[in-house]
Design a protein. Structure first.
Length: 270
């Protein structure tokens, strides 16, 4: 036999409990402005404000879509689908002289050419410019493969795939220099749970076969541009990955500003 609860007179007269109205500007599930009406549901917080974990040697840190204390430059708002899988960071170079070009100048050039990276970094001066939020996908072509008749853009894989463009030449690895400003970059990548690991080994060497490259890519972590499956890039060169991913990399001398330059031309990012 089924038993049903008996409501008292006060419970029947009170009716359903009122819904708490949403704050002004918050949208309910389905896109309507919250007004306390039937069907209004709070929106889930952005991952950039919810992700929390322990960073390497820096205690707990909250992941931020924009790297704290960094100059911002609008790199566009192209929508891309959310990815799944391990977070990744891809390192590339601009093939330009860090003594002649600032991070702001190179970031502007890459944006104007439709090849925006998340971070543009001058390892000689320590200047960093961010042109895309971590929740956006980079506009710089990383690499892709064709599977089952469909083209797979590997830059759209992973919960995040963050691109760091160092102002340097691949023939002169930037890890041989001072790498000023690297520590906050690594802390920001840590906050997005990019493992401090280089699964494909140091870049600039003979590449792995397609199947092995895909397996290494699936592990997440840090990669050179030339190590992305399907990539045709030649950079970033023969980097010292152990020094690059060190918790406190050695820094030599004091920061310098770009010197006055002749009308030198820069080659495309590779």
């Amino acid at each position: 036999m089924d038993f049903f609860p008996v409501l008292t007179y006060s419970e029947r007269s009170r009716g359903p409990s009122p819904r708490r109205p949403l704050p002004p500007g918050r949208r309910a599930f389905g896109g309507r402005e919250g007004n306390g009406g039937e069907g209004d549901l709070p929106v889930r917080a952005s991952p950039a404000r919810r992700t929390r974990h322990t960073t390497t040697g820096l205690g707990k840190a909250m992941a931020e879509a924009w790297m704290p204390g960094t100059e911002r430059l609008d790199g566009g708002s192209v929508r891309t689908p959310p990815g799944i899988g391990a977070p990744r960071a891809v390192w590339t170079v601009t093939e330009s002289d860090p003594e002649a070009w600032s991070a702001h100048e190179e970031a502007r050039r890459m944006v104007d050419e439709g090849r925006a990276a998340h971070l543009v970094w001058n390892p000689l001066t320590g200047e960093v410019v961010q042109t895309l939020a971590a929740t956006r996908r980079g506009r710089l072509a990383l690499g892709g493969t064709d599977q089952h008749g469909l083209h797979l853009d590997h830059g759209h894989e992973g919960r995040v795939c963050l691109v760091v463009a160092a102002i340097a030449f691949r023939e002169a690895p930037f890890t041989d220099g001072p790498m000023r400003g690297l520590t906050p970059i690594l802390a920001w990548l840590d906050s997005w749970e990019v493992a401090r690991d280089w699964p494909a080994g140091p870049p600039g060497r003979e590449g792995a076969k397609a199947g092995e490259a895909a397996r290494r890519w699936a592990r997440g972590g840090h990669f050179g541009h030339d190590q992305v499956p399907g990539s045709s890039a030649k950079g970033p060169g023969r980097l010292d990955t152990a020094r690059l991913l060190a918790a406190s990399p050695p820094v030599e001398g004091t920061p310098r500003t770009p010197r006055p330059r002749p009308e030198a031309r820069r080659s495309a990012t590779t």
